[in-house]
Ligand binder design. Sequence first.
Ligand code: 9MR
Length: 889
Amino acid sequence: MIPHSPRSHRPRSPGRTGRFRPRVLGTLAVAGLFGAALVAPAGAASNAVDDPPEQIVNGDFSGGSTAPWWWTANNPAAVLDGRLCADIPGGTTNPWDAIIGQNDLPLIAGESYTLGYTATASVPVTITTNVQMATEPYTTELSEHDQLGDTAVPITHTFTAQADNDAAQLSFQVGGSSAPYTLCLDDVSLRGGAAPPVYTPDTGSPVRVDQVGYLPHGPKDGTFVTDATDAQTWTLKNAAGTAVATGATEPGGVDPTSGQNVQTFDFSGYTTAGDGYTVAIGDETSEPFAIADDVYSALRTDSLAYYYDQRSGIAIDGAIAGAAYARPAGHLNVAPNTGDNDVPCQPGVCDYTLDAAGGWYDAGDQGKYVVNGGIAVSELMNTYERTLTAKGANGAALGDGRLKVPETGNGVPDILDEARWELNFLMEMQVPDGRPLAGMAHHKLHDQAWTGLPQAPDQDSQPRRLHPPSTAATLNLAAAGAQCARLFRPYDAAFADRCLAASQKAWTAAKAHPAVYADPDDAIGGGAYSDDNVTDEFYWAASELFITTGDDTYRQAVLTSPLHGDTAAVFPPDGFSWGSTAALGALDLATVPNKLTGDQLTTVRAMVTGAADGYAADSQNALYGLPYSPSGNHYVWGSNSQVLNNAVVLGIANDLTGETKYRDAVLHALDYILGRNPLNQSYVTGFGERNSHNQHSRIWAHQLDAALPNPPAGTLAGGPDNQLEDPTAQKKLTGCAPAMCYIDDIQSYSTNESAINWNAPLAWVASYVDDLGSGAGDNGGGKAACQVTYTSYRWSGGFTTQVALKNTGTAAVTPWELTWSFADNQKVTDRWQAEITQSGQNVSAKPVSWNGVIPPGATVGFGFNGTSSGQVSDPKAFTLNGGTCDTAR
Ligand code: 9MR
């Protein structure tokens, strides 16, 4: 299954024909081109009943993808006008000094094969066309010399295979020309032999569980794949193999997402913490799992660590990321890089350059996209902001010193440090004052052509270009910038000001240019991320700007949006996404304190709970428990992020209402991601026994080069996509059931990539579920990270008190409320620097307008005068937002 990397080729040795094997110099080249069109396997459309089977994948390049073709480093190829073209250098000696090829071709001894293709060369050349072993001794089955010129003529050769070979190689050896030339290939076909073997996924045990584990007091459900239609007995066993609980399964019938007949089981009643549990049904046993309060703590941290590993423009420090992930800074204009400090536009787009260094690489490619960067960084900021607004949420786990970032120890929560890396990039992409479309954001910045795999970022020699500004990108900047302004205010007012200024300028520019859309066909060297409906981005940006500023302009923009109150439009049943962002605005309006009036807020919250009701019902109906039921069972590219975005909505609905059904659906979503699914696959690297670890990446390309690492722990795979939008998916997954259209293969970018906008909801959900378990426990059983110094001067009949409230935690506290009880008959008469209310002996102090945020390590002071009679003593216990503070005297 692992493609043979040309890198594994070793020194030359004569083949059967006496010719030397080709020496392959460069990378295995695979690209993603993300056009809407399906990439049909070569000849698939014309595959008449009697035609021998086609062995070549993507021989007609019709979808724009170059995968799984590879080439030598000296002749990078790209798809141009539906053909694979490459500039071949002149002055090389041997045919094999420049090659374009395809591996993994199965040959059967004695079968006859026909190789066909068309090609043009801009100067007359003779190339060598080989079908051969892909490894030593590189024995050839076919070796021909073909003459090419500027007219494409069909060329065919037939041969009879002499030996069985599971993975032969087609190799166009195009070197040896004194003059450089351009070669273009098309309609490559190798017909004959047997139909390629049908790929059958190894799904392991039919007993499907969350392979990481369950919270002691959360729901614990699993799914059993079986032909049986009557209830079976399940047994929960501990690590010693001792049965600790048992029960009956519930027959569920045929699961429409997988075609599997399944039953479900529920062992929620068992709450004892431990490792190494399994569920056995008959002779079948599940993967092992834990039951523990902190079962998701590492997932919270690692899902966020992904972002440091994706950083552009900074050397990745092995001491932080792990030695295997250390790498030089990418795209800082250090040769062979040509970006990103001084990036020009595509021709005709602009006449300036921008310094757009930094930010995160989007995914397996090394493009940087404002549209996708906006939602990704916002969901990261939401992960943090929830800890400021939701009861029981624990900011400490995201605080300074807690995550894998180099800025640790700077007094700023680590998650905000990570967000800042991207926020800076988003602002760098803004069109400067005085230029056409000033204030808008360039849609994206990426290589001029797709690079191959592997590709270290610092070794990327492709020219990088700014693509035209778009309204969608501009509104991503406006939304993220406004959220940045309010979250960074306690830590770095200048940065907060910069974010707000960029945001407001972007809003104004978007209003002036409300319909500038990215070209859906602009997908060479990077993804298109095109979006021709930006009503949702306007709603999101207006919401964030309104929350941050309270300005009426933004209030009106929210309230007059056609989306306001339209639950299905704001929260699509299939989930919000980079192209559908209104939900991000609604979720923040529903949770972050703002100036919407009661009715208006009720409308927003009703949208959230209404959507969550739908997702919770989907989860309850699904035999694998996931809150994702796309119409027609159409699992989209990145479906795992849709599951998780729905879980985010559910989590917020739970925060708003406390209703358990929402919480349970979040946990069930995560169970699906971590192994309770039709493939028995944990989609997060490093988590669960059967986890994805070959995600499409140019950096973590271990599958292609053993010297490179797998993706870091905490990396989410995109997940099933039943549109089969890459050649490997087409080759391996044709006929798959929707939730099984996934393969852990580095070439399958449409099912197995990682992306910044996909890991973000994973981090949000991991943080939420960790708060349900260990996170809340981190508060020390009701303790809050604060210290109160209470100093009182008493005299006969009265007193003056000064209170110093220190935040001893690692996250800002906002809003805050300090409460205590007087032991005696004290009565507060007047106060300063806090709002103080007293009811009997109970007293509450809340901020005045300007001291509502207490940064980590900071102290707010307030005081009051009061009356008392007789002997009184000072209060000794203080509670901050429900947790007990230490007291100092
Ligand atoms: O996540 C994107 C998905 O919704 C689209 O269907 C797909 C095709 O346009 O593109 C995905 O985004 C990719 C982007 O275009 C380039 N970087 C990698 C992204 C994840 O595959």
